[in-house]
Design a protein. Structure first.
Length: 248
């Protein structure tokens, strides 16, 4: 590992990804600092999920560089990146449906169990304190939970790995408004605790209202970036992503 240490926890440079002849990500640059909540917003098919999949090792980039804490990670497999501290909450949640809530959370701490980490039980209690609904249903099979409860479990499972960087892919998708509110209250709490988060979210208003900084992605390219509050009031963002008719 190089001794040069990046100023950013995550640094992505000239990242490209193609599926066959189709270019999904077209040479993007962005970064996430330690302790930041950074939002990546954009329409469906903009390349947001593809970007997260490359960062987490589920897809190999066509070209470009990715550094985590100064270490080059582009193209490395997902299991190695999990060991380095990248936690992914995938779109669609991906819980182990035939396992209980407790077993799902224990799977989240799988890499730590090999090191006989004595703090796993403490962290389990802390995570369940964040999600009292999971605590109440601890022995229930994950597949019998509601969509919102499964989303809570997916986030809690990722937190059990003690990630340096938490990647959240569309956490509000398909959820009732009250459950979205509950999920985002937890994300906000995690951010306040100093967890570094890269959030992909179609609900631009919600994402921008709590992020520190944000990037707008269109057709595989980053077209806008900056302070999240400023982007929330940017006319282009309001018109394209917040459903506001500014000519009325």
């Amino acid at each position: 590992m190089s001794m040069t240490h990046s100023a950013h926890l995550l640094e992505v440079r000239k990242l490209k990804l193609a599926y066959g002849g189709i270019s999904a990500v077209k040479g993007i640059d962005f970064y996430v600092n330690q302790g930041e909540l950074v939002a990546l917003i954009g329409a469906n098919g903009a390349g947001k999920t593809s970007t997260l999949k490359v960062i987490s090792g589920l897809l190999k980039p066509t070209s470009g560089s990715i550094h985590l804490d100064g270490e080059s990670i582009a193209g490395r497999p997902a299991y190695e990146l999990a060991q380095l501290g990248i936690g992914l909450v995938p779109e669609g949640r991906g819980v182990f449906s035939r396992m209980t809530i407790l077993e799902n959370l224990q799977m989240g701490a799988y890499l730590r169990q090999g090191n006989h980490d004595p703090l796993i039980q403490n962290d389990l209690e802390s995570v369940l304190a964040l999600f009292p609904r999971l605590q109440e249903r601890i022995d229930q099979l994950a597949g019998t939970l509601s969509g919102g409860e499964q989303q809570m479990l997916a986030i809690a499972r990722a937190m059990m790995a003690k990630p340096k960087l938490l990647l959240l892919d569309e956490p509000s998708m398909g959820l009732a408004p009250l459950m979205v509110e509950a999920i985002f209250a937890v994300i906000q709490n995690l951010a306040k605790e100093g967890i570094t988060i890269l959030l992909v979210e179609q609900n631009a208003r919600l994402a921008l209202s709590m992020a520190h900084r944000a990037y707008v992605m269109e057709s595989g390219e980053i077209t806008l970036q900056g302070d999240a509050t400023e982007l929330l009031h940017d006319e282009r963002v309001r018109k394209a992503y917040l459903g506001e008719d500014l000519e009325r």
